[in-house]
Design a protein around this ligand. Structure first.
Ligand SMILES: C[S@@+](CC[C@H](N)C(=O)[O-])C[C@H]1O[C@@H](n2cnc3c(N)ncnc32)[C@H](O)[C@@H]1O
Length: 138
């Protein structure tokens, strides 16, 4: 999914038009689907949103389409770089927000050759999974 059709067209071409992929032009803030996804990867996208409220909307949307036992992988440049580039916020801010909805199970710090490449990656489990577990009789 990407808001820009050109981005999807380039990726399809680069991957040699795989037959088993659905390509959806949509805004992450407004995307909805009856389908539930076991894995969502959202990398280097949230900092393009206009403000924190839009990031919250996008996270809420992704939570709606993540399967109960699904996982979400998030990646982003760090706050300091994003702000220097003129964006609202980066990895640290969004990770806090994601932790309000999901359960973080792994985090990796990536250090590039220049500080521009530094980023954080994190893997989350849908919190629904854990709330179901805690509902189980002891
Ligand atoms: C830095 S690229 C990252 C692309 C890819 N996720 C990756 O990691 O290689 C950012 C992408 O986010 C897309 N994007 C920006 N705002 C978006 C939005 N509101 N909804 C969906 N995609 C968006 C842009 O069109 C661009 O293709």
């Amino acid at each position: 999914m990407d808001v820009m059709p050109q981005a999807l067209a380039r990726t399809r071409k680069r991957l040699n038009y795989p037959p088993n992929v659905n390509w959806i032009v949509a805004d992450v803030q407004h995307f909805s689907s009856a389908e539930r996804f076991e894995l969502i990867v959202v990398a280097e996208v949230f900092y393009y949103l206009a403000d924190i409220a839009e990031v919250r909307d996008a996270i809420r949307n992704l939570a709606c389409v993540l399967a109960p036992e699904g996982q979400l992988i998030f990646g982003s440049a760090r706050d300091a770089n994003c702000r220097r580039w003129g964006h609202i916020a980066g990895a640290e801010t969004v990770l806090k927000m994601l932790n309000e909805r999901f359960t973080e199970i792994e985090r990796v710090e990536c250090v590039g050759q220049s500080s521009n490449e530094d980023c954080l990656l994190a893997r989350f489990q849908n919190a629904v999974h854990f709330s179901h577990q805690s509902d189980l009789p002891r």
